[in-house]
Ligand binder design. Sequence first.
Ligand code: U2F
Length: 600
Amino acid sequence: MAAEKKKYLFEIAWETCNQVGGIYTVIRTKVPSMVEKWGEDYALLGPYFPQTASAEFEPIPVTDETPLGRAIISLRQKGLGIHYGYWLITGKPKIVLFELETLLPEVDAIKGRIWDNHKISTLGVEELVNQTIVFGEMIRLLLTEVAEEHKNKTQLVAHFHEWMASTGLPDLKKDKVKISTVFTTHATMLGRYLAGNVPNFYDVIENFDWHKEAKHYGIEAQACFERAAAQKADVLTTVSDITAKECQYFLGRIPELILPNGLNIQRFAALHEHQNLHSKYKESISNFVMGHFFQSQPFDLDQTLYLFTSGRFEYSNKGYDITLDALAILNRKMKEAGSKKTVVMFFVTKQPYHSIDPEVLHSRAVLDEIRENCHAIEKEVGEHLFKASASSSDLQMPDLNAFVDEYWRMRLRRTVQTWKTNARPKVVTHLLKQEDDIIRNLHRTNLLNNPDDKVKVVYHPDFIVSTNPLFGLDYGQFVRGCHLGVFPSYYEPWGYTPLECMARGVPTVTSDLSGFGDYMMQIMRDYEQWGVSVVNRKTQSYQEAAEQLANLLFKFVQQSQRDRITQRNRVESIADTFDWSNLRSYYDTAHELAIIKKKR
Ligand code: U2F
């Protein structure tokens, strides 16, 4: 029997070392598990953007000792900017990053060839598409050289994520380059557009003319690249049964495999520390809430719950619309029930803005000043009290007021006075470039942080990073500090955000139209026991689903603190199911299948 050939895997994504959304999470969290299996025979390919690279990438010298090294040297000699090194994340994989500018002058020639070979029209496309064309071409050149270097001695596999990484895939196939290919789509271009614009999208999915629709939405080139990659790859995969349908109708091929998304759960595991972490990060969120609301509307923080939703700005796809409508119902229900609780709901997404609203920043800064005044007074009183106690001869408690210096007394009073206002707390933390659907909905439902509202809204139109002056937390810490994640998506191939809540011990709401929700329902009958609620968006009308979500939220708000603590413990304990050590095998199967199919 012939000895089995050595194997080498390339994984290629636009979001390698470049966070845009969820694909970055797939690639990054999967690395430790991939490195465990593939060791040195694994490399990730991505675009080079100096700003992210400076934080996450460490270059290493390229030698001619390996086929990959020789291929890089050869392409560098032809003028291509190629960076090689380690991606500085858990697992520290080898990574190749392509400087797109070095091939951009050739883009028209590449486009001409793509038209000649595959009849994909790329005239007048947006700049991002030009970049992906150049990226795809650089990958094609590298993989072609690598395949020649290996001289058929190694079984090469290239795994492409999304169309943005795959514009060169059809030519690899046409040129019969000796490399097995897998294409994974994490959403379809047409799905994203149509689901957000056509009512009852899932009922009419079979009837669309994909090409006509792609032209209609101005995404012909993207949709054609996606379809070509899906059809030419040796194996087509996607992330859920829901998206498999889109592949069938929009990409003209039923995927061979479904690859559910996982996480590196160990990274999240807090060894029974998650309750403490929750309290710690909740404190930081409370600091923001005090600064933002207490200027005009103080409420009891011990009776306040922090809810949030997050993700890219796809208003109806991500279920922001239904969440807002459910919050308006919740607000009414809480008022009617005379609830003592307050809900603060955060919307964390990305929209164009000028800057953080200076008034929001200022209010936060003045609150910090008040805190400093209080600390100064506390110190002064403490020292005086100590001295007075040590020198006193009776056991009478001295008058503490007498210990506060007039200066500090006045300063504190003046700071608090200038801070207090009658103005309504803002619903949006940034100065948006233009009004959007979230703002319009808030005005329609009058959910504008009115004094009698039980549900308050904070719309933060940027992702949360640790340098953010409003929270001083990174996104993961922010999630831990919240009480509930709300993600009732209408279009969601998988949906990392609810899964990330689970991994951090935070209960979550998802929908049966999200890949994750659908998967949970398939593998765990008692998912509700584990802190996961699923809104039925498949068979209910929009209004019914909004009512269901409002009822779920109302029930959550009524829970006692003890119930919430018990629930958090349960949620975290189930997250292991989604560790990549359990889910990598789906990827292994895809790679094996690609090798078998390539041989045929
Ligand atoms: C597709 O991607 P999406 O970009 O729509 O991704 P999500 O699954 O909603 O993931 C958003 C990610 O953004 C992160 C968050 C998630 O991992 O941790 N994030 C952040 O880093 N900071 C913030 O302030 C807010 C969010 C598809 F549409 C999804 O259904 C799939 O799950 C995904 C992967 O297959 O691809």
